[in-house]
Design a protein. Structure first.
Length: 287
């Protein structure tokens, strides 16, 4: 097999700050994969190299420890193998705790790890990567190192901001296409203030957040045929027509619906359980 991907649920210590950990391993050669519009990622490149091309055309290259800021649109990534990459997908609050960088200002780019992590944290992660490359520790062990750094985030978001983020997540999880008016009715702040906080944590206003999450959920359904027909019908009914479905999935995941039928790294990483907020609605037991 040319590549292998694995998702690892966060331990209780990292619940609320990590959506999922993941491991990507490839053989020799180049693999080009789209990177969907996800939350911020903290990554360790044990071996190999990854080059990202973001939606507006800028490019950036991985280092041993690197940070992918929140993405508003899908990006392209070329992995030069043999490669071994271990990553952590941060929750929206965790990214603010770690970086204090608003998602509507800093997004769709690699952020130099030295500007966010302390020298000791960076040295620890680099040493762990070297130990993994020598075979002294397993790739799964790197998840603990990543989680510990994220848990040490030095910034403390305001309590009322966190409450609003939680309200937005509850609203997103309330259905496949909840009304924005329902969100505004559920909070005790003005629409303008809610939009400002939403942009800081999610990068865009609530209506655009819903659009992005809906595209992710559609992609998950396309890669997980075992999910119920009821879920599929409910989600697809939220799109005006096939053209809108294709456009949004391509914008936020980098693929067309037909491309999800092919095996790829994206197939393994689009499990509902791996996507925290976006996967909540799909992560329900069937009758």
């Amino acid at each position: 097999m040319q590549f292998h991907s694995k998702t690892i649920a966060p331990a209780a210590d990292y619940a609320g700050i990590v959506n999922t950990f993941y491991i990507i391993e490839t053989g020799e050669g180049l693999i080009e994969e789209p990177v969907p519009a996800y939350s911020a990622q903290l990554l360790i490149m044990v071996r190999g190299r990854a080059t990202f091309t973001f939606a507006e055309g800028s490019t950036a290259q991985s280092s041993t420890v690197f940070i992918n800021a929140p993405q508003m649109r899908s990006a392209s990534c070329v992995i030069e193998g043999p490669a071994l990459q271990v990553g952590a997908s941060l929750t929206h609050v965790a990214w603010q705790r770690l970086s204090n960088l608003p998602a509507d200002v800093v997004h769709d780019q690699l952020v130099p790890s030295a500007t966010i992590l302390t020298p000791d944290q960076l040295a620890t992660l680099e040493a762990a990567a070297a130990a993994c490359e020598r075979g002294h520790i397993a790739p799964e062990d790197l998840c603990h190192y990543l989680g510990a750094v994220i848990a040490e985030g030095p910034f403390t978001p305001k309590d009322d901001h966190v409450e609003l983020v939680e309200a937005i997540l509850r609203w997103l999880a309330s259905g496949f296409d909840p009304a924005v008016s329902d969100l505004y009715a559920s909070v005790d702040v003005s629409p303008r203030q809610l939009q400002r906080i939403c942009r800081r944590f999610f990068g865009v206003a609530p209506a655009q957040v819903l659009k992005r999450f809906r595209a992710h959920r559609a992609a998950m359904l396309l890669t997980q045929p075992g999910l119920s027909e009821e879920f599929y019908d409910q989600l697809m009914a939220t799109y005006f027509d096939q053209a809108h479905l294709i456009r949004d999935i391509r914008r936020y995941t980098g693929r067309t619906p037909s491309q999800f039928r092919k095996q790829s790294l994206a197939t393994g990483l689009l499990l509902p359980s791996a996507h925290g907020d976006a996967g909540v609605v799909l992560n329900q037991p069937e009758d």
